[in-house]
Design a protein around this ligand. Structure first.
Ligand SMILES: Nc1ncnc2c1ncn2[C@@H]1O[C@H](COP(=O)(O)OP(=O)(O)O)[C@@H](O)[C@H]1O
Ligand SMILES: [Mg+2]
Length: 269
């Protein structure tokens, strides 16, 4: 399934636009995702992250612009695009009655793969689920469930994986477990596009981060590049190493954010 070799980026997006009625969700979005890298699409709730992912995975048609995944055009070569990717959403698609291993075997059989048992065992090992393999998923923690969900999306070895808010709703331990799984994924050469509303998640995981705000990408770069966007005047108070949150607030402006009360107690101003 991986045999199609593409030149250039794993994902290429140009001039993407999408409206729902009068709501302009995407107003011209461009980005590239290099093969084998982790790309974070960062944005608040309602920014258009899921809309972007749905267009890239051929579930939704853009109003304008082009996009390709693994070298295939999402509009003209939708079937090829679907063969090249897997999509894991915020809500795990696992069967609670089955065990972890049974879930994986089921997916492998549905995809007509031989050696479904071996595929399941390999993935269980990769995602540190071997011990829990024989337990019903109903007994799993949130982090284990999400890891199993990611493992299921890898059956058949898709070169490109979309993770739409993979840690939303998880407790801190679960988030760390999922982060490890995402790193494991990219370590094997899979291209990962993840969406998140968590700045620290993007900072932890991504080779490249794009910030989606008001329908456009207002920033796109490595963490080091984004840090350089901070105006020099503020460099002093962030002590030369601004976090992504500092950069985000400087670009977006503090007005567009929520839940900031009670933070910044360490920094008297
Ligand atoms: N099918 C739809 N019809 C109308 N509005 C929608 C639809 N899907 C999403 N929206 C709106 O589009 C905006 C972007 O949604 P979404 O892409 O889900 O954002 P995100 O995933 O970043 O939270 C939101 O304001 C949402 O309410
Ligand atoms: Mg979403």
């Amino acid at each position: 399934m991986n045999s199609h070799q593409v030149q250039g980026p794993a994902i290429r997006v140009r001039g993407l636009r999408k409206s729902y009625g009068r709501l302009n969700v995407l107003r011209g979005v461009d980005f590239d995702v290099a093969r084998g890298s982790i790309f974070a699409l960062l944005g608040s709730n309602g920014a258009g992250k899921t809309t972007t992912v749905r267009i890239l995975s051929t579930l939704l048609r853009a109003d304008a612009g082009t996009a390709s995944v693994h070298g295939f055009d999402v509009a003209a070569q939708a079937a090829k695009v679907r063969e090249s990717l897997s999509l894991t959403g915020q809500f795990a698609a696992v069967d609670e009655i089955l065990t972890g291993r049974e879930n994986l075997v089921l997916v492998a059989r549905l995809r007509h793969l031989k050696n479904s048992g071996r595929i399941a065992d390999d993935l269980l090992a990769r995602f540190s689920l071997t011990e829990a393999a024989g337990r019903r998923v109903g007994t799993y923690s949130g982090g284990m469930r999400r890891r199993l969900d990611i493992a299921m999306s890898l059956v058949g070895n898709p070169p490109v994986v979309f993770l739409d808010e993979p840690t939303t709703g998880l407790d801190p331990q679960g988030r760390i477990e999922v982060w490890q799984s995402v790193r494991e994924l990219a370590g094997q050469g899979t291209t990962v596009l993840l969406t998140t509303q968590y700045l620290d998640e993007a900072e932890q995981l991504a080779d490249r981060i794009a910030i989606l705000h008001s329908g456009r990408l207002i920033a796109d770069g490595t963490l080091a590049e984004l840090r350089q966007l901070l105006p020099p005047a503020t460099v002093e108070y962030v002590e030369k190493q601004p976090t992504l949150e500092d950069v985000f607030l400087a670009i977006v402006g503090a007005t567009g954010t929520t839940g900031r009360a009670g933070t910044d107690t360490k920094e008297p101003r």
